[in-house]
Every structure is written in C-alpha cells, then in structure tokens.
Design a protein around this ligand. Structure first.
Ligand SMILES: [Zn+2]
Length: 68
C-alpha cells in the first residue's frame, strides 16, 4: 500500500467523494435514474448526475491500482 499519495491521487479521491455524493442523492423527480446511460429526460439534476458519473469513471483511471 502506497503511503505518500500524489497530489493527483488526492484530487481524484476528493472528486470521487463529491461526485458520489451527487449520485447517492439522486434526482427527486426521476428516482429510478442511476446515471448508467445518458438521461432521456431534459432534467438539470439528471444531467448533473450524468456528468458526475463520467467524472467518477475518469477518477478510476487515475486511481487504478489503489481502488482494487
Ligand atoms: Zn431528473
């Protein structure tokens, strides 16, 4: 286990916490939407979740080897 995290790693972890919070909160109008695919409804919250999901995937690249 790596002890000295790089700035990039810390930023990726913080981003992950922020976007996970958005995804956990979900959309009140569309509770079934989990941001697995691009939203069909023209809804700001669903779009925000979709952006969060893409950012979540981006952090996986940076954190490869740490998350597993
Ligand atoms: Zn929605």
């Amino acid at each position: 286990m790596e002890k000295n995290f790089t700035q990039e790693t810390i930023m990726a972890l913080l981003t992950r916490m922020r976007v996970l919070e958005i995804l956990v909160e979900g959309c009140k109008k569309h509770p079934a939407y989990r941001a697995k695919n691009e939203p069909k409804a023209d809804c700001d919250m669903c779009r925000k979740m979709w952006r969060a999901r893409k950012q979540l995937d981006e952090t996986k690249v940076v954190l490869k080897g740490i998350l597993e």
